[in-house]
Design a protein around this ligand. Structure first.
Ligand SMILES: Nc1ncnc2c1ncn2[C@@H]1O[C@H](COP(=O)(O)OP(=O)(O)O)[C@@H](O)[C@H]1O
Ligand SMILES: [Mg+2]
Length: 315
């Protein structure tokens, strides 16, 4: 089977004098999860809608699996599952009933429908709710059924617009773990989010967008290292407040450490030169020096620096 792919060429959307998406170029290939990261209003939904021909671009074009979305919509979207402004399921319907309707519309052959529906509901871990009315479901449960619905046609490309948005923490975490499990099945997942930690947790690569412009597209680790120079950052949580003088005398003398900064009494940021080995040896040096570490979190914060810096630059 060919590699799943999304190709976006010079795609723009203009509303009057306002440019919502500006000359977007993006070529994504292979089975992986790519986070489409940007603050509210960045142009994520507009881009995803153009990618599925829900709205027409002002200029440019998009293809999915090599098929042009605008001139061969049916062909292009045949192998795509989407979660973009999905209307709410009628509350008196059960997932089985709602998904049967979708399966009919999508042309899943009648003889395969029952098994297919049970299979996709299993994938979103909702099997025990298959014949319960959706009216009483939590938002997270409804969202999982919507994801199941996107899976009915065995898509190789999944387009998810902020799949965990509006959910409570538990719902968010469930949806994230489902996205992670879908990733392992030879699919290309393109998922928008305004939450950096979510993208860092779920995705392999990140495409950052702001004010309609693509800022960067690369692997998470390349983005972090490319824009943070050759230093990395860890955030260290402490059991007891650490004397500021100790930060200079103890922490900054650890091999590999470039700078140590107190965020507050119980939190330090350590910038270091090197990779995971250095990160590990710094932790063991901290412990050797009797610093009581309760948490040690790398990368996400470095990526956050990159994100905030890039977004600041486009203001
Ligand atoms: N139909 C529309 N008419 C005018 N402006 C729009 C329309 N749809 C979106 N926009 C504007 O385009 C920008 C990008 O919106 P959107 O793609 O929804 O951002 P995101 O999904 O990243 O939050 C926003 O400033 C939004 O107000
Ligand atoms: Mg949006």
């Amino acid at each position: 089977m060919a590699n799943p792919s999304i190709e976006i060429v010079n795609l723009s959307k203009v509303y009057g004098s306002f440019t919502a998406v500006s000359n977007l170029n993006l070529k994504i290939e292979g089975a992986k999860c790519v986070g489409f990261l940007g603050p509210n209003g960045a142009g994520k939904t507009t881009s995803l809608k153009m990618l599925t021909d829900l709205i027409r671009p002002s200029s440019g074009q998009a293809s999915i699996n090599g098929k042009n979305v605008h001139t061969d919509k049916r062909g292009a979207l045949e192998s795509v599952g989407t979660l973009i402004e999905t209307p709410e399921i009628y509350p008196s319907l059960t997932p089985r009933e709602a998904l049967t309707m979708v399966a009919e519309i999508r042309g899943v052959p009648p003889s395969e429908r029952k098994k297919k529906i049970e299979d996709v509901v299993e994938q979103v871990k909702m099997s025990e709710w298959l014949d319960k009315r959706t009216g009483k479901f939590s938002k997270g449960m409804k969202q999982r059924i919507d994801i199941a619905s996107a899976l009915l046609n065995d898509p190789t490309v999944l387009l998810l617009d902020e799949p965990s948005s509006g959910l409570d923490p538990r719902g968010m975490s469930e949806v994230r773990s489902i996205v992670k499990s879908l990733k392992s099945q030879q699919r290309l997942i393109f998922m928008s989010s305004h939450i950096l930690s979510e993208v860092a947790d779920v995705c392999d690569e990140v495409a950052m967008i702001d004010h309609g412009k693509l800022l960067v597209y690369d692997t998470l680790s390349n983005v972090t290292s490319k824009f943070s120079g050759d230093t990395n950052t860890v955030e260290v949580g402490l059991l007891k407040p650490l004397d500021p003088s100790l930060v200079a005398s103890t922490v900054q003398t650890i091999s590999g450490v470039v700078a140590a900064e107190r965020m507050d009494d119980r939190n330090l940021r350590i910038k270091y030169k090197g990779g995971l080995d250095t990160q590990a040896s710094i932790l063991s040096d901290l412990l050797k020096r009797n610093v009581s570490v309760v948490s040690y979190r790398p990368a996400a914060s470095a990526l956050e620096d990159v994100y905030l810096n890039l977004i600041k630059e486009t203001l």
